[in-house]
Each structure stands twice: as structure tokens, then as C-alpha cells.
Design a protein around this ligand. Structure first.
Ligand code: NAD
Length: 519
């Protein structure tokens, strides 16, 4: 472990606040934060959290960074993000291993997370030549009207533990190419990954004399997070996490009339149609339900299966579950690692208890699991629960590998079940019927931000705008035109004629000109 940390530039003592640039690390004086590996419950390393003074010092550097960065042409900014993408590619394996050690996700998913960052960097590089504004025909003679986009300022990014680095990149690379500086507060459960990422950026920022463009503050949500949400110098707070966190942050940022971009919880369903290809349905369901040990915002938590296929589907699902290997997530043959901590294990056990007490039948798994040699890790068996349609706990996001199975008769019924969740993030339908697929995608179909046909709920590509409706918060990040959230729009009108023409043909002649006829 020590060797891995050293490879990534993490020395024995690491401060909790940094402004982009090797010399920019601040000697933070806050309390110690210990990063514990969920794999074996052992501490990996300790960092010091940022104090109020550290925060101020970082903000000062971020302001300096922003003032320089915003005047660099966007295509040049794009090239620097491209360099960061290359540096991530070079460190892909070690960074993936650190993510696995700190978050517990299997190494293949750790690699996928870094690949996602590299992909976003590529996207941002291309985007840097496409931050287009529209030109509109003016109603007045000798007038030109168009819109242009300017950077917002310093963007605050608050991220969750389950994607300790990729969530930051969805925001940071796009915001940076737009000309913003970034202040990142990672989850207190995964500070080492954030420091390692900052260490990869540092030499690139130094080379271009761009200290202060990417900045990091380590600290709790209550301390550093709330300082950020109250800080008027951060015109946009992009926050990823639970709905409870989003409700609080959304209100605090709105109270100062700031902008927030919220990427919150999900309670996602896969509908398995009467005509579904069952092999495909099983693959989609299992990957979506147990990928990242059920700790993705897009994890499938509900399988809504046509009654004619339920029996065969459940029997095959149990069979596939019995072949899932649970264990050390660095072992390439393991398909499911641990949950993040003891609280997550307790939340899973409580949810299963509530399911049992309200008519749910645990068809598979759902127990704590002890792995030899990793006795203090947080391992569980994934659970399949046959659920009545009105099971209350099924309508909550339990961040664990529990999947509830309910049956349906008509597609309209399945869609109503899908849309009954208070969150609206991801959804999927497995079908060979064109009509069913189009119904699912129609205005009266799924109400989620992500709708997949013949795929699972997890594993979005970076090229689309990612996010969800209702309690998921309404934010959109990463691809498509999500960049607009990180910029301010300016509508420009240039009058190149000799007269002051008024819109809507208004006559307002106050006799300012010797010749009163010109309007
Ligand atoms: P969390 O809500 O516990 O914490 C998320 C982040 O918010 C952390 O950095 C935390 O320190 C910070 N925070 C908490 N309270 C805060 C406050 N009052 N002010 C400012 N910051 C505060 O979430 P988590 O357990 O790290 O992550 C799991 C949750 O994140 C799940 O609900 C999951 O669905 C959601 N998630 C959503 C997306 C998405 O894109 N929609 C992606 C990943 C995770």
C-alpha cells in the first residue's frame, strides 16, 4: 500500500487543502481525517482537514487562477485538459487500485472510473472549439444581435464516495474548458483519491503557470461543505450525493440566489417485458443490481417483471446470484466487493428486516458475509426480495445490493410502478416489441432522466447529459449541452446605424436630436 501511495505522490503526511501547483500545497492545521479501507477495515492513511483559514487561502489562489484562466482562449484551455487526460492514462492502473482500496469497488470498475475521466477529458478538448452561441436576426435595421457565453467564476464541486474521482471530472473538465476555476470538496470517505488526482494535475498546472485553476479542500460536509454553500464567491455549487444532502444544499445556495447543480439519489427500475430476451434481461439486471455492490446512483433497485416470465426469470436470477464471487476487490475473479462502511451494512440489514415485516420474501442472500483474512471488511450477500407492490421500503434508496422483484400485467401498470419512485434518475425496458419501446420512451412513458431499451440502468456513456428528475435534483452533467450550466449567457446587441432604434417600434422622441425625424 505504501508503495502505491508513493507512486501516486502521496507522502507520509498530506495536507488537506491544495491550490493547483506543486508548491501550492498548504500546510493545513485542521483535524486529522483517517481514510479507512472497506476491504479490511484498516486505516490506509490520515490527512489533515482544511481549517477556515486554509479555506480562505485556497479561495484566494482560486481567484488568481480564475482571473488568468478565463482570458486564455477556450481551445488552448482544451489542450491543457487534453494533457491532463494523457496524464491520467499514464497513471490509470495505480489510480484505479487506489480507488479500489478506498471505495471497495472491484478493480475492473476502478479502471472504468479512470477511463471515464479520460473520456471526459477527450470530450472537453473537442468541446473547447464548440462553445457556440446563437446569432438572432434583429427586428431593428442596422442592428446585430447574438449571444455569447462567458465563464461563471469559481465552481464548487462536492462529490460522493461511490465515484471518488469521476464525478469530479464530469464537472471539473467541462467547467474548466468553459474558463472556470474549480474548488473540489471530495467525500470524507475517499480523500486519498482526491489528493492523488490533484498530484497528477500539479505538474501540468505548474508547467503552464496556472496555479489555482484546480483546487482541493478536504473536510466534512458540515464544516467545509457548508462553508462552500454559503460562499457567494462560488456562483455555482455542483453537488453529488443523497437527496437529503441535496435538499439542504439546494436551499442554502438558493437563499443566496446562487446556482446549484444537483445530482442526487435514484430508485431505478428495469421492466422485463413479456417478450423480453431473458438472457439479455438477466445480464442487464445482475450488472445493474450488484455492480459497485449496489452503490451506484443508477443501481437497479426494482425489477418489474411481466407475470408470464416471473417464475422462470426468478429461478434463473437466483442461479446467477449463486455464482457471484464476493471478496477482495483487487482479485480479478471477484464480482462484488464490500460496502463502504459498517453504517451501510446496518442500513442494508434494517431495510431487509422492514421488507420481511411488510410482506417481502427474501428469495436469496441478504446476510453479512465474513471473508477469510478480511474479517473486518464490510461484506454482504446481495439480496433478491419478492415484494408486494406497496412495500414501503422498496420506495426508498437503500445504498446496497438489494433488488426487489414485483410483477405486472399491462405495460401502463409497469410504467406507473416505475414512475412511482420519488426519484427519477435511470430506467430500462427489456423488450423486442417496437410498440412497447416507443410507449416507454413517449411523453407518458418513463419519467426518468435516463431511459434505456434493452440495456441496464447503470453504465451511462459520457457523451450524453447525465442526471435525473424529481428528487434526483434535475441537474445534467458531462456530455451534450451540459456545459451551459457552467457559463453565463450574454445577449449582445450592436447598433451600427446612426439612430437609436427602439424595439417593439416604440416612439419616444424627447427632442434630443436637432432632426426629430430620426428614430
Ligand atoms: P452524501 O450525501 O452522504 O455525501 C455526498 C457529499 O456531500 C460528501 O462530499 C459530503 O461530505 C457532502 N455533504 C454532506 N452534507 C453536506 C452539507 N450539509 N453541505 C455540504 N456538503 C455536504 O452521499 P454519499 O453517501 O457520499 O453518496 C451516495 C449518494 O450519492 C447516493 O444517494 C447516490 O444515489 C448519490 N449519487 C448520485 C449521483 C448522481 O449523479 N445522481 C452520483 C453518485 C452518487
Amino acid at each position: 500500500m505504501r508503495e502505491l501511495l508513493q507512486t501516486l505522490g502521496l507522502q507520509a503526511t498530506n495536507p488537506g487543502a491544495a491550490t493547483g501547483g506543486t508548491e501550492g500545497w498548504l500546510d493545513t492545521r485542521g483535524e486529522e481525517l483517517v481514510s479507512v479501507s472497506p476491504i479490511d477495515g484498516r486505516p490506509i492513511a490520515a490527512v489533515r482537514m482544511a481549517t477556515a483559514d486554509d479555506y480562505e487561502a485556497v479561495m484566494t489562489m482560486a481567484r488568481t487562477g480564475f482571473e488568468r484562466w478565463r482570458m486564455i482562449p477556450a481551445p488552448q484551455r482544451g489542450k491543457i485538459i487534453g494533457e491532463i487526460g494523457c496524464a491520467l492514462l499514464q497513471r490509470k492502473e495505480s489510480l484505479a487500485r487506489l480507488i479500489t482500496m478506498e471505495s471497495g469497488k472491484i478493480i475492473e470498475e476502478g479502471r472504468g472510473e479512470i477511463q471515464e475521466m479520460i473520456d471526459v477529458a477527450d470530450f472537453a478538448l473537442g468541446l473547447s472549439r464548440q462553445l457556440y452561441g446563437l446569432t438572432m436576426p434583429s427586428e431593428r435595421p442596422h442592428h446585430r444581435m447574438y449571444e455569447q457565453w462567458h465563464p461563471l467564476g469559481i465552481v464548487g464541486v462536492i462529490s460522493s464516495f461511490n465515484f471518488p474521482a469521476a464525478v469530479w471530472s464530469w464537472n471539473a473538465f467541462i467547467a474548466a474548458v468553459c474558463g472556470d476555476a474549480i474548488l473540489w470538496k471530495p467525500s470524507s470517505k475517499t480523500p486519498l483519491t482526491a489528493i492523488a488526482v490533484q498530484r497528477i494535475l500539479d505538474p501540468i498546472l505548474d508547467r503552464h503557470d496556472l496555479r489555482g485553476v484546480f483546487n482541493l479542500v478536504i473536510g466534512s460536509g458540515r464544516e467545509v461543505g457548508e462553508r462552500m454553500t454559503a460562499d457567494r464567491r462560488l456562483p455555482l455549487i455542483s453537488a453529488t450525493g443523497s437527496c437529503d444532502m441535496g435538499r439542504r444544499i439546494g436551499q442554502q445556495v438558493a437563499a443566496r440566489l446562487g446556482r446549484s447543480l444537483l445530482e442526487l439519489g435514484g430508485n431505478n427500475a428495469i421492466i422485463v417485458g413479456a417478450d423480453a430476451d431473458l438472457d439479455l434481461a438477466l445480464e442487464a439486471a445482475v450488472f445493474s443490481a450488484i455492480g459497485t455492490a449496489g452503490q451506484r446512483c443508477t443501481s437497479a433497485r426494482r425489477l418489474i417483471v411481466h407475470h408470464s416470465r416471473k417464475e422462470i426469470f426468478l429461478s434463473r436470477l437466483k442461479d446467477v446470484y449463486s455464482r457471484i464471487t464476493i471478496g477482495h476487490p483487487l482479485d480479478g475473479s471477484v464480482t462484488m466487493g464490500p460496502l463502504i462502511d459498517a453504517t451501510a451494512v446496518t442500513a442494508m440489514m434494517d431495510a431487509l428486516d422492514r421488507a420481511r415485516r411488510n410482506g417481502g420474501r427474501i428469495l436469496y442472500g441478504g446476510k453479512k458475509r465474513t471473508i477469510q483474512g478480511l474479517e473486518n471488511g464490510f461484506y454482504v450477500e446481495p439480496a433478491i426480495v419478492e415484494a408486494p407492490r406497496d412495500l414501503p421500503v422498496m420506495m426508498e434508496e437503500t445504498f446496497a445490493p438489494i433488488v426487489y422483484v414485483v410483477e405486472y400485467d399491462r405495460l401502463a401498470d409497469a410504467l406507473a410502478l416505475n414512475n412511482a419512485a420519488s426519484e427519477g434518475l435511470s430506467s430500462a425496458l427489456i423488450t423486442d416489441s417496437l410498440r412497447a419501446a416507443e410507449e416507454f420512451l413517449s411523453a407518458r412513458g418513463t419519467d426518468c432522466g435516463i431511459a434505456n431499451v434493452n440495456g441496464g440502468t447503470i453504465g451511462a456513456e459520457i457523451g450524453g447529459a447525465f442526471g435525473g428528475e424529481k428528487d434526483t435534483g434535475g441537474g445534467r452533467e458531462s456530455g451534450s449541452d451540459a456545459w451551459k450550466a457552467y457559463m453565463r449567457r450574454q445577449t449582445v446587441t450592436i447598433n451600427w446605424g446612426p439612430a437609436l432604434r427602439k424595439a417593439q417600434g416604440i416612439r419616444f422622441d424627447v427632442g434630443a436630436r436637432p432632426d426629430h425625424t430620426a428614430r
